[in-house]
Design a protein around this ligand. Sequence first.
Ligand code: GDL
Length: 488
Amino acid sequence: MQRQFFPIRGVIEGFYGPFYTFPERIDLIQFIGRHGYNLYVYGPKNDRQHRQRWREAYPAEIMEQFAQTVTIAHAAGVTFCYAISPIDYDPARDFVALTGKLHSLYACGVRAFSLLVDDIACTAHRATDCAICQEGSNLHAQVCNQLLAWLHTLDPECSLSMCPTYYHGSAPFGSYLHDLGAQLDPAIAVFYTGPEICSPTISAEQASTFAEPMRRKPLIWDNYPVNDLAMRPNLHLGPIRGRDAALHEAVGGVVVNLMLQAEASKIALLTFADYFADPYSYAPWQSWERALHAVGGPGSFTALRAFAENSLASCLTHDEPALLSQLTEAALSDLKGGAAPSGSTAVQRLAQQLNELDEHCYFLKYRMTNLRLRENVLPWIETLEDWIWLGKHSLTLLDLVERDQHPEQRLHMVEESLALVGRQTRQIAGAALLPLALYALEHAHYLRMHRAQPLIDEAILLSPLELADLDPTWRVPESSTTGMQPAT
Ligand code: GDL
């Protein structure tokens, strides 16, 4: 039996937003089972019967799905854990509702449970004289302890974990965590997301400082690759980075919070699997390439790699797309130095890269065989295409200006492309191409000012709208640049 660094290697469906369908969940459970994981925590914030209306029973067909999920997970070597978030919990009357609800899951075969009180308050707590709650820690410890005792009357094999209301940060931690740690049954595992909610780094030392007040090793709730709430515009396609090789010494395990896109999450999941298997020899970028190969299929590797390289930015790292940024900077430096677009190797290399990326996008849209992945990433492929066209139009505009050809139509195309990327709700490729587009527009207008006479002569033949366009005080329309800043 291979030595396991992390006793618990799990995932958590723990995000805000549309949660997975039953087939997606089953597929993920089987997938993680094949890759060395042993836990699936079900806790989607938007499942009403999990959180907002937790007292309500699930419909019969959903209970049937839970029963099937438990069986399938078991066959895959994965423990299925049902988490509940008892929002507005009233200690005076809700324990019966809580145990009643969890008993229905127990009857489906669930033996692992979790109580999540992240982003939650109790009804009694709102009263100013709430002695029971004292920042919630007494209540949370009391409910969890009671719950574990009750679960053990059903089956001593039942387990309970919990996510406290304060689940991230650095020492010294507040009284809530100290009180909770002192009172909570030592058998109850406690989640910790690291120094931040989404932590760029988590070290063994940081985990140990959390372990002190909690009086137990934490279970890391890793908020990567999750992309809910304000992170929804981004797909997190990079490998996990910033996790200390020695972390396993200080924690009970790690559960990975997933993206809203189940299939695309598998890329990060495979890199976590490599990290779990041997954190000391984990090489993020090699692992990432293997993951892209495995998830996209061998035939899509080149295209997927080129695409994913533009989708690495997250709360953990603010990577600009390296290749695109470098090529754009080199091209701009040539152009600003007075090189003609047609005479600059750097400009040609950028143009070539844009063409290649365009081909890769086309391939992923129409040739990739992993159709679930295609569905997950399609909105981002299309956004990347908009950026590619902004780059291509900008280069053509610069070329037309240089060759003294009529640039008006192309200028409008650049403006329109710029407005389009400014309106995009998805983010990909950072702002790598933005300086090029702004330069092209400024350059075109500058030259037009200096060659105004022939243009004005020509404009006599144009409509009033087009004449207005010759105004040398012209700027990119406000609506075109909303939300975007030129890269510094
Ligand atoms: C959170 C939430 C989690 C959410 C994540 C990222 C925890 C313990 N809770 O604070 O549900 O997906 O941030 O937005 O992390």
